[in-house]
Design a protein around this ligand. Structure first.
Ligand code: CAA
Length: 334
């Protein structure tokens, strides 16, 4: 904490040209070196100079780690560590936080989100990321007030929403924990993640047709791959929403979980993933994602090459030795 207290204001003072993004990046990497705090419950916000805060959270089973968060305007970013923390065993928790607009995805929110995902990507404590929203809304779509007066030339020239796909460039797995509305861009954001867990009150939909437009961040492409053509067409053409059970039956989500326990369960799943070999997890994610974009023959070749490549890792030696020696593997992500 001393380092964070000292460094963020110092950075701001000593380099007049430093951008807010660069300052966030520096502060986030400093926070990785911050000491661990243990508290018995609740949330503590510790002030840290004028520019930042350190937020710590805990519950009974989750050790807490100080993580810089308040430099973000529209999200909260926290690091959760399990009791027995192996290298890379933590989960980066990102909570979309624009409650008055049901987490509508304005440009500034998405910039925060991409920044936080990239910071967790660089953070060696973190093996998996969870993105969630509020109990009422994961995200109610792209920000309609930001879009309503835009003209073709402008949205075309800036290639509106192309930057959203940066989320899919992360090599670490991302779990979307969806409570409430996941509509339009909200549903598209969930589909950019690797696993969707739905709270029992979740509602998914692509209502853009009601606004005189169509999905613009993958809704027509990723939805069909998840639920098949007929269901995707129904959702995109009618704008009708589906609930959590329907989303599960259609194959859009991996599990339905009681809404009150959704985030906790998502973090637990994140810990389960994060304790595996980081090398194998990354390659597994890459191989599964390749399946959406290539032929079966190419996909099988890619999978086999990834499988072969893992024999160059220490984690493969450790994983197989541990099995034979009847002990738990200690992966080092190398
Ligand atoms: N953009 C901007 N503001 C939004 C928003 C959005 N997508 N969704 C909700 N809000 C705002 C509302 O304007 C309202 O603000 P005020 O209190 O200032 O009026 C506030 O959030 C609360 O919303 P409601 O009063 O409408 O809440 P509700 O519970 O009655 O209804 C809802 C909830 C069904 C989600 C409804 O808000 C709704 O239909 N939202 C729009 C959903 C939508 O059309 N999403 C697609 C957007 S386009 C898109 O995403 C394009 C793309 O492909 C990327």
């Amino acid at each position: 904490m001393f380092a964070v207290r000292q460094a963020a204001p110092l950075l701001a003072r000593t380099n007049a040209r430093i951008t807010p993004i660069a300052l966030k990046a520096c502060a986030a990497s400093i926070s990785a070196a911050a000491p661990t705090h243990r508290i018995d419950g609740g949330i503590t916000n510790l002030a840290c100079g004028n520019d930042c805060k350190i937020r710590t959270l805990s519950n009974h089973s989750i050790r807490t780690m100080a993580t810089l968060s308040a430099s973000y305007d529209h999200i909260l970013a926290e690091k959760r560590m399990p009791e027995t923390s192996a290298k890379g065993g933590g989960v980066g928790l990102i909570t979309l936080h624009r409650p008055k607009a049901l987490n509508a995805l304005c440009d500034a929110l998405f910039e925060d989100l991409i920044h936080a995902v990239n910071a967790f990507e660089e953070d060696e404590d973190v093996g998996c990321v969870v993105i969630t929203g509020s109990p009422k809304a994961f995200a109610a779509g792209a920000d309609i007030s930001e879009m309503s007066t835009q003209e073709f030339a402008n949205v075309y020239k800036k290639n509106m929403f192309t930057q959203w796909a940066d989320i899919t460039k992360a090599s670490k797995p991302i779990i979307a924990a969806v409570n409430g509305f996941a509509l339009g861009g909200g549903c598209e954001l969930a589909m950019m993640c690797d696993i969707i867990l739905a709270g029992s009150n979740a509602q998914f939909g692509q209502p853009e047709i009601n606004l005189g437009v169509i999905p613009g961040a993958g809704g027509t492409q990723r939805l069909i791959r998840a639920v098949g053509k007929s269901k995707a067409m129904e959702m995109v053409l009618t704008g009708n929403r589906i609930n959590a059970e329907e989303a599960f039956a259609a194959g859009l989500v991996a599990k339905v979980i009681d809404s009150d326990h959704l985030v906790e369960e998502a973090i637990k799943m994140g810990f389960t993933i994060a304790e595996k070999s980081g090398m194998a997890v990354r390659m597994a994610k890459e191989a599964v994602n390749v399946a959406e974009e290539t032929s079966l023959a190419e996909g099988l070749r890619f999978e086999r090459r990834m499988f072969h490549a893992l024999f160059a890792t220490k984690d493969q030696k450790e994983g197989m030795s541990a099995f034979l020696e009847k002990r738990k593997p200690e992966f080092t992500n190398e």
